[in-house]
Design a protein around this ligand. Structure first.
Ligand SMILES: [Zn+2]
Length: 341
């Protein structure tokens, strides 16, 4: 079972920075609601009505127009803002294509979003995002292809990679406090010989001792340089770091107090558990179909799923991911497949 499924301890215990933006998104949605928009919002605002099944999702978003309305207010929560002249106009009703009344420039609802240039309908994108958030164990490109009835596996795979990149961008807060660090070789496909070294950091929340935020990164080899580079982004300065007593970890003291575990050749217990869990997840959910050069995106999804447990419910995770999708575009397929992570 994936690590994050075994650890539902976060429910109702804390908040994430993302939570405030999630809430403000909903408030703006109310303030801009027309009658038909209000119908959508009234369903979304009640957590008990947040769709748990595809049938319920279809009831909430019955047509393309309802998706356009919802995404419009997600992108422009204060009313339409022209990307050319930056003027704001909250009198413009939700639509896919907008002509700025101030400067006359044309823009699209999907411009500079994860859906940039898409030929598919927005209902499919919304359904994919909802489905990614409601399937706690994770989802594969083949599953997405089946769900959306896509003719092309390549399209499903590209969507999944783009959404994983959004997950990484939406979840960039470093671990802090008491942080365990370690690394091991991970096999994305048990039946193949390829293995990748993954370095991991995991918060230990006190006084309960449960695991908090985690961060993972593929590295070429374990060295002082790779450990230092990882700690710089994954662990907040001043943290208390628990690490193996190996030379590459020696510089960790620059980021806080370092505590070396008794056995220099082994990882702290929590790190061993997480690395074991991610390997099982890659092989069970993704059926050994993950190439080493794409592994980082899958690790980002694994971390996002673990770390989003801090949000109060699935609806909050959905809105957080959706806001990330509307905030910036990602690489096209050609660049994704040549990505050498
Ligand atoms: Zn304009």
């Amino acid at each position: 079972m994936p690590y994050f499924l075994e650890n539902s301890f976060y429910h109702g215990k804390s908040t994430l920075d993302l939570a405030s933006s999630v809430q403000s998104c909903e408030i703006k949605w109310i303030s801009h609601a027309t009658h038909s928009e209000g119908q959508v919002h009234s369903k979304l605002s009640k957590i008990s009505h947040f769709p748990q099944t595809e049938f319920e999702f279809q009831g909430l978003f019955p047509d393309e127009e309802s998706c356009v309305t919802y995404l419009f207010h997600t992108k422009w929560s204060h009313g339409f803002e022209c990307p050319n002249c930056m003027s704001r106009n909250d009198a413009i009703s939700p639509r896919k294509s907008i002509t700025c009344p101030q400067c006359g420039s044309h823009t699209s609802l999907t411009t500079d979003t994860v859906m940039h240039g898409t030929k598919k309908n927005l209902y499919s994108w919304l359904l994919a995002i909802w489905w990614l958030c409601t399937n706690e164990g994770g989802t594969s490109a083949k599953d997405l292809q089946r769900l959306l009835g896509l003719a092309s596996y390549q399209t499903a795979w590209t969507w999944m990679q783009k959404l994983r990149m959004v997950m990484a961008a939406a979840d960039s807060i470093p671990c802090h406090g008491l942080v365990q660090v370690g690394s091991a070789e991970v096999s994305p496909a048990w039946e193949k010989p390829e293995r990748a070294r993954v370095i991991t950091a995991a918060e230990t929340l006190l006084p309960s001792g449960i695991t908090g935020r985690i961060r993972m990164q593929v590295i070429d080899l374990l060295s002082a340089t790779s450990v230092t580079a990882f700690l710089r982004t994954a662990v907040q300065s001043g943290s208390s770091i628990v690490a193996p007593g190996l030379p590459p970890y020696a510089d960790a003291e620059k980021y806080g107090s370092i505590y070396v575990i008794d056995s220099p050749t082994e990882n702290p217990d929590r790190i061993s558990e997480i690395l074991s869990s991610v390997e099982i997840w890659l092989n069970k959910v993704h059926r050994g179909g993950v190439a080493i050069k794409h592994l980082q995106h899958y690790l980002d999804e694994f971390c996002f799923r673990n770390n989003s447990i801090i949000l109060p419910d699935k609806q909050s995770v959905f809105i957080a991911l959706l806001k990330g999708c509307m905030a910036g575009k990602t690489m096209p397929y050609r660049e994704l497949v040549s990505d050498q992570h």
